[in-house]
Design a protein around this ligand. Structure first.
Ligand SMILES: [Mg+2]
Length: 216
């Protein structure tokens, strides 16, 4: 599936790629609406409807991923709410072994995420993820989401790499499309980002679930 001889740089998404998206789905689809309903004295259903409308307005923009924005919109401390679900923070199958293998292979390993820095810090606290990469990049650092060309241009300007010899793995088709347009040579998608949901099919990109399937 992958030509490992032609890969010097490995770019990896965090949520839904290295880590189980179940945490994020439970947090945003269930936990935050529940807390919002309690906080504002409304039904769970009404809270969900209100928040989901807000979420969809900002999808594919940096604001969608900005915890400061959502704390402001909800009037609640969204970062603190992450801490109520930390038991759900976990690696996806064989992700940790894959990172260790990549680090010892001499390749350059970069975490490239749309996650806000506060989100990265909490996930890192429970996984030690950033110690298993050479560089941690949040798209917030470049004021543009991974779905945009601006992100890839600014990221590469600050941290140059040979895109003809790079691999990028993500669970988001829109992000992979942007990386393909930018010219990243090898792209892969995660078929089952959330362990509690069924695998997805029908992608333009090579797909896998466990990292053991693509391990060199
Ligand atoms: Mg992701």
């Amino acid at each position: 599936m992958l030509d490992w001889c032609a890969i010097d740089t490995v770019l990896l998404d965090m949520d839904g790629t290295l880590l189980d998206l179940n945490f994020d789905n439970v947090l945003w689809n269930e936990h935050i609406p529940l807390r919002y309903a309690e906080h504002h004295g409304m039904s769970c259903e009404a809270a969900r409807e209100h928040l989901f409308a807000q979420f969809s307005t900002h999808r594919n923009t940096l604001r969608f991923y900005c915890l400061d924005h959502w704390s402001e919109v909800t009037g609640m401390d969204v970062v603190a709410m992450h801490r109520e679900l930390t038991h759900l923070i976990r690696y996806r199958p064989h992700a940790r072994a894959f990172l260790e293998r990549m680090m010892s292979s001499g390749r350059h390993v970069r975490l490239v995420t749309n996650s806000h820095r506060d989100g990265i810090d909490i996930k890192n606290e429970f996984t030690g993820l950033t110690e298993l990469t050479h560089l941690t990049i949040s798209s917030h650092d470049y004021d543009a989401p991974k779905e945009s060309q601006e992100f890839w241009q600014r990221f590469a300007r600050h941290h140059p790499f040979d895109k003809a010899r790079a691999l990028f793995i993500d669970d988001n088709v829109n992000v992979l499309d942007a990386a393909r347009t930018y010219g990243i040579a090898q792209l892969c998608i995660v078929s089952q980002p959330d362990s509690a949901r069924p695998p997805r099919v029908g992608f333009d990109y090579p797909a896998f679930n466990g990292f053991d399937e693509i391990m060199p």
